[in-house]
Design a protein around this ligand. Structure first.
Ligand SMILES: Nc1ncnc2c1ncn2[C@@H]1O[C@H](COP(=O)(O)OP(=O)(O)OP(=O)(O)O)[C@@H](O)[C@H]1O
Length: 251
């Protein structure tokens, strides 16, 4: 792939967690390119390294070796301040555990990326309410996270990842707490809002109901990418024998 058409370029990325008494190799030489304008899904058995990989891509975690470039920038070798600014401007992250601030309302949570990027609080909260409306939560803008269901908290987290129009959105299981219809609506919104030809979307998922939204699906096992396939391409017998569900054909 032409380097200028890439949103993400990972080459031989290794990440080892050292807990003192044991070392866990979570990423064992990951090679992955994600194109501008692409929705890439990442699948694979529990513990194979998916969350670790998207955390490296989003600049939340440093790899031990190898190379990871996002929009042509090497996050590992940025100064902390440059990395904070780069992330705040360019990356939206939907965490598996949502990571909402418990003392802030839904609208205040969603407005945080805009305030970090310098917008006045009132303007940011007004825009946050508008994005909450897009995810079907306009009426719950003043609710605290503890007053919302799991699925509602997940949609607040998605609104927060979208609000500042980042060029890269990284989501860890964004539909896990959502029913079929809400999950479908959220994926439609993510794809519409996130995907322009200068942006990209990376989604870790076990949810076969949303596979059709992907342009390509990368299958991970044991710390590396074992197969990348376009949607509509039949999975090989070797890949279907693992924990991944075969990819459905696009309608
Ligand atoms: N902070 C940590 N300290 C030590 N080991 C960790 C840490 N985070 C993850 N691991 C280990 O690294 C490996 C990869 O974990 P990771 O969370 O990336 O997998 P995953 O594919 O996202 O799993 P799941 O689908 O269950 O969320 C696992 O063996 C996990 O136990």
């Amino acid at each position: 792939m032409n380097p200028s058409s890439l949103a993400v370029h990972c080459q031989n990325v290794v990440k080892i967690y050292d807990t003192g008494d044991q070392k866990v190799t979570a990423l064992n030489g990951v090679n992955l390119d994600i194109a501008l304008g692409e929705l890439m899904m990442l699948v694979g058995p529990s513990g194979c390294g998916k969350t670790t990989l998207i955390s490296v891509i989003a600049g939340i975690l440093d790899q031990d070796s190898g190379y990871c470039e996002v929009f042509g920038e090497d996050l590992l070798n940025m100064s902390n301040q440059h990395k904070l600014n780069f992330r705040a401007r360019n990356i939206g992250f939907v965490f598996q555990a949502f990571n909402l601030l418990p003392a802030l309302s839904a609208a205040e949570n969603v407005s945080v990326p805009l305030i970090i990027n310098g917008m006045k609080r009132n303007d940011a909260e007004r825009k946050a309410v508008a994005v909450l409306e897009q995810v079907g939560l306009g009426a719950r803008a003043t609710a605290l996270p503890s007053e919302l269901s799991g699925g509602q908290q997940q949609r607040v987290a998605i609104a927060r990842a979208l609000i500042h129009s980042p060029r890269l959105i990284v989501c860890d299981e964004p539909t896990s707490a959502l029913d079929h219809e809400t999950g479908h609506n959220v994926m439609t919104l993510l794809k519409d809002v996130a995907l322009h030809n200068d942006r990209a979307l990376v989604i870790v998922t076990h949810d076969a109901r949303i596979f059709d939204f992907a342009d390509r699906i990368a299958e991970m096992d044991d710390g590396h990418i074992v197969e990348v396939k376009g949607v509509g391409v039949q999975a090989s017998p070797a890949s279907t024998s693992k924990a991944c569900t075969p990819v459905a054909a696009k309608p």
